[in-house]
Design a protein around this ligand. Structure first.
Ligand code: F3S
Length: 389
């Protein structure tokens, strides 16, 4: 693997032990995956931010790092809303540990935005090389924007942040980004709501594994693409997908899909994931809500009062721009929390059944929260939360 003079110096320890160790991680990864060189990255997104997921071992590893990041680096959701954790019912002992994790990241120079939708706060562009780690953010950056990132682990993302580079392999190479599987969606004239895209992603992720699918027969909006990618990254390991005529690379390149394995997905296969069941709480915002999604939730809640807990999750930066929408949602008794989500926070573990409108949350809630899960459209979720007929 070719290294520049500067990269060699980092590897030899001339810029400190932490940078040397981080470069060792990147070089080892590059060798395993056959990278020929490093590429500079425009930004990094680091997962492994909730004390619930990284625990004491992760915290002590973070504390051992003595350096600062070289490129803009954003943090994934943590285990609580940093200012309203008491309202979430978070244990003070957990909150103290979570603050220690956040402090460790702050010391490294990581931006404490605590979101899986950093693309709402920092512009990324077609062709940018990134080193992002949260799986839905990776799928969005690659597929919806046309940026280039592998699905990094927490340590390799942090290594890329501290060194400012990542080994050039996998989805950093244009030749590797072509579709490998064709998904023909047959909606039978039905219009797909956002939650249907979550259900579709949930189905296709388990079929695709880590292959790159290309969809035909659908015309998703940006929010729907976000939901579709998040679900495929959760039930499978899809880090990039294309939609004919919609996503940037499917519009720029002419992909010949005739030789690909083609899998039809019919309307009934999408809708049979939606089951009826009594629920104890409703959680929306996986991935974190966009301004449009907050607006829709606010309008569905207008004049209503919630009868069971309804939690909405969004990036703090998005909430601050949309204070009237947040106030309108909270007027119903629902709560809009920043910095965290229904999966990485321990707050949801007290509920028996949680209703969600997200294919990714549908995948993760049972294992991560120890709760049963029900999938519904946003409208159905609001209807259940408010006890409306
Ligand atoms: Fe984001 Fe949490 Fe879902 S990190 S994608 S809201 S599981």
């Amino acid at each position: 693997m070719f290294l520049t003079g500067e990269e060699e110096r980092i590897l030899e320890g001339e810029e400190g032990e932490t940078r040397m160790k981080m470069m060792e991680i990147l070089v080892a990864l590059g060798k395993v995956f056959g990278a020929e060189r490093m590429v500079p990255v425009r930004s990094v997104q680091v997962s492994g931010a909730s004390y619930k997921t990284i625990g004491e071992y992760g915290l002590s590893w973070l504390r051992s790092l003595d350096s600062t990041v070289a490129v803009p680096t954003m943090l994934n959701p943590v285990g609580m809303d940093r200012s309203r954790w008491r309202e979430m019912g978070i244990d003070p002992g957990f909150a103290a540990k979570q603050e220690e994790v956040i402090e460790a990241y702050r010391r490294l120079g990581v931006r404490l935005e605590c979101t899986c939708t950093p693309y709402y706060l920092h512009l990324i562009h077609y062709g940018d090389h990134l080193a992002w780690s949260e799986s839905s953010a990776v799928a969005y950056a690659n597929s919806v924007v046309g940026a280039r990132t592998n699905r990094e682990g927490g340590p390799s993302a942090l290594a890329a942040a501290i060194v400012g580079r990542t080994p050039e392999y996998g989805l950093h190479l244009v030749a590797v980004r072509a579709p490998q599987l064709a998904i023909r969606v047959e909606t039978d004239g039905h219009e797909l709501e956002t939650a249907h895209y979550g259900a579709l992603g949930y189905r296709v992720g388990s079929i695709a594994g880590n292959r790159i699918p290309i969809f035909s027969g659908i015309r998703p909006t940006r929010d729907q693409l976000k939901t579709l990618g998040a679900a495929m990254a959760a039930s499978g390991a899809v880090a990039l997908f294309h939609v004919e005529g919609i996503t940037p690379e499917a519009r720029i390149f002419t992909y010949d899909t005739r030789s690909l394995e083609t899998i039809p997905v019919v309307w009934e296969e999408i809708t049979d994931v939606f089951q009826d069941a009594p629920v104890d709480a409703v959680a929306l915002g996986c991935p974190h809500c966009s301004e449009q999604e907050l607006s829709r939730i606010a309008s569905l809640l207008e004049g209503k009062t919630v009868r069971i807990p309804l939690y909405v999750f969004a990036a703090r930066g998005v909430m601050e721009k949309q204070k009237p929408l947040v106030a309108a949602i909270e007027k119903s008794g629902a709560r809009v929390f920043a910095d965290t989500c229904m999966v990485v926070s321990p707050a949801m573990e007290r509920f028996g059944t949680i209703m969600v409108n997200s294919g990714k949350a549908f995948s993760y809630v049972p294992n991560m929260c120890g709760a049963a899960v029900r999938l519904g459209t946003t409208e159905e979720c609001i209807r259940v939360a408010t006890g409306a007929p």
